[in-house]
Design a protein around this ligand. Structure first.
Ligand code: ME8
Length: 643
């Protein structure tokens, strides 16, 4: 049954050039939209640029151009970036467009008429980088916690949205909907934040300080605060209130954002919608940060990865694969070119590329005109099953934005097909004329598996998937409903396809595009696929592991488990539950207050019905021997990186 699906990315600030963080969000949104299109859903994917505010006005003044001229130029850089990455948004909204301004002013007027906005005085510590005031609690050493720059004290008369009155409504709303904000850690963070009184939201800036914004319709001495302006893009682009698109897509709205903008999306935005009498979005999907050597990457911090150069160097599909496979959606991940090349070689060149080269070569070399294949046997039944299992796993993972799990499930399937080739040895079957029908069955199964991958990989590796489909003669548009093994009974016309993902020999030496995949020859007997290149760990391998200092806040024994303790730990800005297999070595009370070291970017695991969100490091002699949890030699704050 086809559904309707509406997804938005944040609209990006145009004072920065597009970088890896922006690329990640846009790529996952694109993969999600492609997946829904594959399923036959009616899809709308929106991205755009956020163009008002102090930063643009300042940068334009510095460059000696008008803010609009700068906005046009910088917004185009984002549009070009997405063209370069081949993402498939249906619309690109700019907050300087008339269609947007009109809706922002209409919403402001509506709230003003309803008495939801009032004029008041406000004094506070302001960060020009973030374009927001910080509360005393948030300020770190007198500085902006994000930019580490000094804050400016500003006092002025402003208009306020009566957000405080929605606090208990919002708590109830979030509490009643476990998957409104996901993954769960961000929902918990917001419910934690809402335990303190919610303030009203200043939604204006006086024009004498800032000109570059949408004027308030009821007082033109003020312009609209950027966040109030920006959030409204999500439905100004749908032509609120009477547009067909609004009616079709708003009821199923989902947003994808990074954790840096959780609060505006999880607190301001639902309150604004509620006050305006507009339905709340269905899901807010929140991902973590890409870091470089442990630090957040952003223009203001200065260490931007040139994502697009890497995408050009290694190919767009390889880049998409790496970012979606490497980052557990919701957690932080560290970027390194070594890790990228490692995955490219192991997963794409070896597992997938070699399979495609091997299978197409075997089919082309051994196919013949007549004769029905032997009946499918138990091994084919296993393949059919594993295809169905992977498809279901992808479906569940995609419902939860767990891209890494979707890809892991497909790679399980790919591993199974590689083992199927190894165990059936088509090159040996070909030597025995009596085995001909069996050989045909193996070849048909391989063609079937490629057809399945040509569909299932579409959302993740669109170019490679299209090449696979062409190689096995599929010309129709791919459909998820066709991703099934066992329907094919004769061989299609197949072309050899090698070099789908050329191996990269070292970090700086990209293989030329026409070099065929290295490794075993496609038709020769071969050992099972290596899972990853063997050899010593590199510094890149190590950096992929996010080790953090964690303070144990609570610890309790689990009645049903002899080994596990349930720990609640603080990583500074967030709390986690970790199940640690240390119950035979520590009493819960021994651990509370200790600072330990945890692996913070492990994929969460379910143990005894509970989710463990990390791993505590400990040394031990052997499995049952003495065990000692790692603690610090000197005090460090919870959340500090261990490297
Ligand atoms: O916040 N890792 O725009 P922005 C992962 N205009 N994702 C990252 C990232 C990183 N290191 N850095 C940026 C704004 N992102 C507002 C949004 S929406 C109504 C207004 C991604 O240009 C991530 O999606 O600062 C993050 O939320 C977004 O870029 C912030 O983009």
């Amino acid at each position: 049954m086809s559904e309707t699906f509406y997804l938005t990315t944040p609209i990006y600030y145009i004072n920065s050039v597009p970088h890896l963080g922006h690329a990640y969000t846009t790529i996952v949104a694109d993969a999600m939209a492609r997946y829904h299109r594959l399923a036959g859903d009616r899809v709308w994917l929106l991205t755009g640029t956020d163009e008002h505010g102090d930063k643009i006005a300042q940068a334009a003044a510095k460059a000696g151009v008008s803010p609009q001229a700068l906005a046009d130029r910088n917004s185009a850089a984002f549009r070009e970036a997405w063209q370069r990455l081949g993402t498939t948004q249906d619309d690109f909204i700019r907050t300087t467009e008339e269609r947007h301004r009109r809706v922002v002013q209409a919403i402001l007027q509506k709230l003003w008429d309803a008495g939801e906005i009032y004029l008041g005085k406000y004094g506070g510590h302001y960060c020009f980088g973030c374009e927001r005031f910080y509360t005393e609690k948030e300020i770190v050493d007198g500085k902006c916690p994000d930019h580490q720059t000094p804050l400016t004290f500003i006092e002025e008369e402003n208009y306020f949205f009566k957000m405080s009155k929605y606090q208990s409504w919002l708590i109830d709303y979030i509490t009643a909907r476990p998957d409104l904000i996901r993954p769960e850690r961000y929902r918990n963070e917001i419910l934690g934040f809402l335990r303190d009184p919610l303030q009203d939201l200043s939604i204006s800036r006086p024009k004498h300080r800032l000109q570059w914004g949408i004027p308030l319709p009821f007082d033109d001495k003020y312009v609209t605060y950027v966040w109030f302006d920006a959030l409204i893009n999500y439905f100004s682009a749908l032509d609120w209130p009477d547009g067909e698109r609004f009616k079709t897509f708003w009821p199923v709205a989902q947003h994808v954002i990074g954790k840096d903008i959780l609060k505006p999306h999880a607190v301001y935005w639902p309150c604004m919608l509620k006050a305006a009498g507009i339905d709340i979005y269905q899901h807010l999907n929140v991902h973590g940060y890409w870091t470089l050597g442990g630090g957040k990457m952003s223009k203001s911090v200065g260490n931007v990865v040139e994502a697009f150069a890497l995408s050009d160097k290694y190919g767009g599909d390889a880049f998409r694969y790496f970012v979606m496979r490497e980052m557990t959606f919701g957690l932080d991940a560290d970027f390194s070119e070594e890790a990228f090349v490692g995955r490219l070689n192991a997963d794409l060149a070896n597992d997938l590329g070699n399979l495609v080269a091997r299978a197409t070569t075997l089919i082309v070399n051994y196919q013949r005109e007549a004769g029905p294949p032997a009946a499918a046997g138990p091994e084919e039944a296993t393949i059919r099953e594993s295809a169905a299992t992977a498809r279901r796993a992808v479906e569940t993972a995609m419902q939860e934005f767990a891209f890494q799990r979707a890809l892991a499930a497909l790679w399980e399937f790919i591993g199974g097909i590689n083992r199927y080739v190894d165990s059936n040895q088509p090159w040996a079957l070909a030597k025995d004329p009596l085995q001909r029908p069996r050989l045909d069955r193996v070849l048909v199964t391989l063609a079937d598996a490629l057809g399945y991958l040509g569909v299932m990989l579409t959302a993740f590796l669109p170019d490679a998937a299209a090449k696979i489909r062409v190689a096995i003669g599929q010309t129709a548009a791919p459909r998820l409903a066709d991703a099934e093994i066992g329907r094919l009974d004769r061989l299609p016309a197949v072309q050899k396809l090698s070099g789908l993902f050329p191996r990269v020999e070292s970090k700086d030496k990209a293989a030329p595009a026409d070099q065929p995949a290295a490794g075993r020859a496609a038709s020769a007997p071969a050992a099972a696929n290596p899972a990853a290149p063997a050899g010593p760990a590199t510094i890149g391998d190590f950096r992929r592991i996010d080790l953090r200092v964690a303070e144990v806040i609570a610890a309790e024994a689990l009645p049903k488990s002899k080994k596990l303790l349930k720990l609640t730990v603080s990583l500074g800005h967030e709390q986690r539950t970790i199940l640690a297999g240390i119950a035979q070595h520590y009493a819960p009370a021994d651990l509370v207050g200790k600072k330990v070291v945890v692996v913070a970017n492990l994929e969460p695991a379910k143990l005894m019905g509970l989710e463990s969100q990390g791993m505590v490091l400990a040394g031990s002699t052997d499995d049952d021997g003495a065990l000692a949890v790692l603690v610090l030699d000197r005090d460090l704050p919870a959340g500090a990186k261990v490297r």
